[in-house]
Write a protein that binds this ligand. Structure first.
Ligand code: EAX
Length: 328
């Protein structure tokens, strides 16, 4: 309250006037946004930028408070909370999202995207934008595609060059049905769990390994609990800005645009940080003692998926998969 700063007598005398003078500044609406990983990360810059841009673009009428490291829940819980409206917004990998919006599972197929340009242009183009339209009927509005990154395997047992090397390794996976099915074909024993439990599971040896983008491996300091990293790049991991639909529906049209533009700025910062991490991470992880296999023969991992791909072709429609693969 601005007038509490005034001397009491003046305040009492001029209360009506003061209130009138302050009144035009409309009430502020506070919202929360969460990520499951640390603030110092490609996802931290995404939500920090988004929060700053929302406030700026709505002249402070909307204030978004960022929460990090799964303090409001890991990814599956956060998406659930956004759907129910107990959380306004979250920035999440697509890991748990097919459990809520099954259509997006197609993006989690291993070796679907050739490189970052292919993934980004597909998500920003008609294919990605059509998929965003699948969310509102589930009570969620997807503001924009962001990025988690190409996933690579780490473990505490041995250097991984070929699929034979991962046979029998117990590896934490995301709670993602497409990943779990495919990784079984690689030969690993998939152990789905929330990200917030992964560091401890690796430390205690509950699992031998995990797979994540370099941006996550470095920000989570997995080099402290994993000896071996192989740049398998076996799957691209998209991310999303998600918002509760009822909260979205309450926004005036201009504010909706402000939120969408803020999300776009968040994605820009997010992708720029991924690019930066990709340039630096391998040298950084090596200097901290990790053994890194850079030249993995990806075609050998892909070959283990022959039967799985036939199944995915039936499930998602081969023409839909090919449309993504061939997108330029
Ligand atoms: O979104 O669960 C995961 O492995 C995710 O990649 C991570 O939490 C960042």
């Amino acid at each position: 309250m601005r007038f509490t700063r005034l001397p009491f007598a003046l305040c009492a005398a001029g209360a009506a006037l003061t209130v009138l003078a302050v009144a035009p500044a409309a009430a502020q609406t506070n919202m929360k946004i969460s990520i499951s990983i640390a603030q110092n990360s490609h996802q931290g810059v995404a939500i920090d930028t988004f929060a700053r841009e929302v406030e700026k673009r709505t002249n402070g009428r909307y204030k978004v408070q960022p929460f990090y490291s799964g303090s409001l829940g890991a990814e599956r819980e956060s998406v659930e909370a956004v759907q129910m409206g107990t959380l306004d917004l979250t920035f999440t990998s697509t890991g748990p999202v097919p459990n809520f919006v099954p259509d997006v599972a197609i993006l989690d197929i291993p070796f679907l995207f050739r490189d970052y340009n292919h993934a980004r242009s597909t998500l920003d183009g008609p294919i990605g934008q059509d998929l965003l339209q699948k969310f509102p009927s589930k009570g969620i509005v997807a503001l924009a595609w962001g990025e988690n990154g190409f996933r690579h395997m780490t473990n505490s047992k041995r250097a991984v060059n070929v699929p034979d090397d991962v046979k029998g390794l117990k590896m934490r996976t995301m709670e993602n049905p497409v990943h779990i099915q495919a990784y079984k074909a690689f030969g690993i024993i998939p152990t789905p769990m929330a990200f917030t439990e992964v560091f401890t599971a690796l430390q205690q040896g509950t699992v031998d390994g995990q797979e994540n983008p370099l941006s996550v491996i470095t920000s989570a300091k997995f080099e402290q609990v994993q000896k071996y990293l192989s740049l398998t790049g076996h799957v691209y991991s998209p991310a999303l800005f998600l918002m509760n639909k009822a909260a979205w529906d309450k926004l005036a049209p201009a504010d909706k645009q402000a939120f969408l533009d803020a999300a776009k700025e968040g994605v820009k910062a997010n992708r720029a940080r991924v690019d930066d991490d990709e340039r630096k991470a391998v040298a950084d992880l090596r200097s901290k003692g990790m053994n890194v296999v850079e030249n993995v023969d990806k075609s050998k991992f892909q070959a283990t998926l022959a039967a799985t791909y036939v199944d995915f072709g039936k499930k998602f429609g081969q023409e839909n998969i090919d449309r993504i693969k061939n997108y330029k």
